[in-house]
Design a protein around this ligand. Structure first.
Ligand SMILES: *Cc1c(COP(=O)(O)O)cnc(C)c1O
Length: 480
């Protein structure tokens, strides 16, 4: 038996490269990353896909491959087409980022593979995540009793928030079809996914009217709630946005909170896009009142420029999150016994549907500590001013019609030289931006009209990219 084991050991040891081989692999990976970052300012932000070869994705062989060749294939098959989220030219959808120290944080988290789910297994890892969440809670003005969880993104954070809201409100299956939720037409569609997964797909949606800047009208909200109450229905949840995806509008947080308070409704604030603008002096006040929300979602992989894979849910009465997600299993008894004596330390797994998960702390902790908060504040304020600048410049450009003055960093616009709604013209103009590929923007529909949209958020987006887009639009639009 020992011989068999030894032979297998010889073969399986290849999974654990020695110092010399590790150094070579690291050098190669680091050279690849460096070359990429060197080229990044000159790379197109958008390149249409042509199907790729994908031969290397086809199968896995028994034999090893050469790392250099794999990196080449990776570069060819992955790092070429589509939208480049790490580029400053990415000004479509809600941009992401890709902070370099986050990549190093991921690397270190993966090397030691610290388990962050349960405090007993990774006390330091759990404390790191707890401290990051504490900081976010302070940022939004939450009390000490708040708790949260670092999730894979805003959608999963929303799911956790709605499950906590459902349980805290004691909604049973029989109640669902009489249960009403309130939001504008501009709410993010991850809400529908979350409701569906949480078994709440058949709640009644009330679309609250908006003002001319796409913000929820609190009076209309109050009327809708009262009308439903009169009809014997069960108003339950208000979903407001601190930064809608389409236009960046911030719903009137304080006034919505008043309605929720008066009627005993759960107030969920979707701040996936806008939440971290609390760091920016320019709009800090507009986000006043966030602390009155019962639950908040914020996306570090948007506003903080992290690589994709990190969102956050915060719940004002943190116990409500644990109420929904803390479960017990016999094989976890060591962890649970160890915690019984102390003042129970924070464990992400008690606040999340995930158990074993990526240790997300380091990708936040390293950049926030290494750079300090100041450059994050500056970058977010810069994005606000870039959006204002773009709005201002385009408004005085021949033939362009701009949407409302931006609440945050999204500007909507159309090219309408004769004043009419020229859908085809704007489609072609967008196509021209995409064909050029230096910068990337998207379109949406606003009040039924095809509308172009700029969203500035990436920490690498500066005047240069916005000026490029302005120039491009001004020169190309008349030729379309
Ligand atoms: C991006 C976004 C979401 C969804 O978050 P993901 O991280 O993409 O899952 C939800 N709401 C708003 C307003 C967003 O911008």
């Amino acid at each position: 038996m020992r011989d068999t084991i030894r032979t297998l050991e010889q073969r399986s040891r290849k999974l654990d490269p020695g110092a010399e081989q590790r150094r070579r692999l690291m050098d190669q990976a680091s050279q690849y990353a460096d070359a990429f970052l060197q080229r990044l300012p000159r790379l197109k932000t958008y390149v249409a896909d042509e199907g790729g070869h994908g031969a290397c994705f086809g199968s896995f062989d028994e034999e090893p491959s050469d790392f250099g060749e794999l990196l080449e294939e990776y570069g060819r098959e992955v790092d070429t087409t589509g939208i480049l989220p790490s580029s400053g030219g990415q000004m479509g959808y809600i941009p992401g980022g890709g902070l370099f120290p986050s990549a190093l944080g991921d690397f270190l988290a993966a090397v030691s593979n610290r388990y962050s789910g349960v405090a007993f297994a990774g006390p330091g890892a759990a404390r790191m995540e707890a401290s990051i969440l504490r900081w976010m809670c302070q940022l939004v003005g939450y009390p000490e009793t708040a708790a949260g969880d670092l999730t894979s993104g805003g959608s999963l954070a929303t799911l956790s928030a709605l499950v906590a809201a459902r349980d805290a409100s004691g909604i049973e299956p029989a109640d669902i079809s009489r249960t009403c939720i309130y939001h504008t037409r501009q709410v993010h569609h991850c809400i529908d996914t979350a409701l569906h997964v949480a078994g709440l797909g058949s709640v009644q949606h009330r679309y609250v009217p908006m003002d001319d800047r796409f913000r929820m009208k609190p009076d209309a909200l109050r009327e809708a709630v009262e009308s439903d109450r009169r009809q014997g229905l069960s108003p339950w949840l208000v979903l407001a946005s601190a930064g809608t995806t389409d236009t960046g509008a911030i719903d009137p947080i304080g006034a919505v909170a008043d309605v929720c308070q008066a009627h005993g409704l759960w107030f969920h604030l979707d701040a996936a896009y806008g939440g971290f603008f609390r760091l920016s002096e320019e709009v800090r006040d507009r986000l006043e009142g966030m602390s009155r929300a019962d639950s908040i979602v914020m996306d570090p992989h948007k506003g903080l420029g992290l690589p994709y894979g990190t969102g956050a849910v915060l719940v004002r009465r943190g116990g409500q999150l644990a109420q929904s997600f803390r479960y017990y299993a016999d094989y976890m008894q060591d962890a649970i016994d160890a915690q019984r004596d102390e003042q129970e330390p924070y464990s992400p797994a008690d606040h999340s549907p995930e158990l074993t998960r990526h240790f997300r702390g380091p990708r936040l902790w390293f950049p926030l500590k290494l750079f300090g908060l100041e450059p994050f504040r500056a970058s977010l304020s810069e994005k606000i001013w870039l959006a204002r600048y773009f709005h201002h410049e385009l408004a005085r450009s021949e033939g362009f019609e701009v949407g409302p003055e931006p609440d945050l960093s999204i500007v909507t616009f159309r090219y309408c030289p004769t004043g009419g709604d020229q859908e085809e013209t704007n489609r072609r103009l967008l196509q021209a931006v995409h064909d050029d590929g230096r910068v990337f923007i998207t379109s949406t529909r606003i009040n039924g009209r095809f509308t172009l949209r700029l969203a500035v958020l990436n920490f690498r987006t500066h005047l240069e990219q916005v000026d490029y887009l302005l120039d491009f639009l001004r020169h190309r639009a008349p030729t379309i």
